[in-house]
Design a protein around this ligand. Sequence first.
Ligand SMILES: Nc1ncnc2c1ncn2[C@@H]1O[C@H](COP(=O)(O)OP(=O)(O)OP(=O)(O)O)[C@@H](O)[C@H]1O
Length: 274
Amino acid sequence: MLYPASTAPNAAHGSEILEHTEIKAQARNLNFFYAGGVQALKSINLGLAANSVTALIGPSGCGKSTFLRCFNRMHDLYPGNRYEGEIVVNPGGINILGADIDPIEVRMRISMVFQKPNPFPKTIYENVAYGLRVRGVRQRALIDEKVEEALRGAALWEEVKDRLQQLAFNLSGGQQQRLCIARALATDPEILLFDEPTSALDPIATDSIEDLIGQLKNKVTILIVTHNMHQAARVSNHTAFMHMGELVEFGPTDMIFTNPKVKRTEDYITGRYG
Ligand SMILES: Nc1ncnc2c1ncn2[C@@H]1O[C@H](COP(=O)(O)OP(=O)(O)OP(=O)(O)O)[C@@H](O)[C@H]1O
């Protein structure tokens, strides 16, 4: 769906950037308050281009994870947290923060991969089948098919196809993280959220996850939080720089890293703070 310029996201920070781009999701005037009253997000307007990777960067505590977690309503798990504004997801233009929206359904459409691999204490097969079972899928043949498809999608199938009934904990850290990606893929999500997905992994496992992200964007829209600016530059199409709960600058990744328009972005990119 093409948005006219007037409704393009991120009006304050280069709305022209996504003007002719299909937008998968769009945060509109998004504020977020933790239960104690801390306002962690301040009027964020940001669009995620469909089938591409958007990276969130910024110093510790700037609100990256808070923003990411709004997209799958993770904050609902703790009483007293409060959103204001909207996150509109296409197709359908549905505001997933709406009071009438079931957060569990949101999490089927928008899956998350965490910092540390967190497989369930179950077999490799059951880890991937989990979301399908929660959704009520019962046919064994269909589950088999989906498990294989998700493991192939996560570039893990060849390594585990002969040991699907082994415990997931027997896998290496990098394999466990790819298993978590397969688990996230099994319910055919439209958006994948990655919260520093390689920070607990060695360089080789990191490379394989980055390659995988490059392949996955053909099928899903990806939002990734990373502290590693080289990683943001390698994997993302667009980058958003946040500072103190605000979106400071947003643009094509090469532009943000080579020619940022805002001094705060430049200072961060060049290592002057953060
Ligand atoms: N559960 C919480 N309750 C109250 N305040 C919180 C909570 N979690 C985070 N915050 C605050 O919200 C702000 C944003 O935190 P957030 O974790 O989103 O930042 P971040 O950019 O992801 O940081 P990091 O890079 O260190 O992970 C910070 O000021 C943080 O202290």
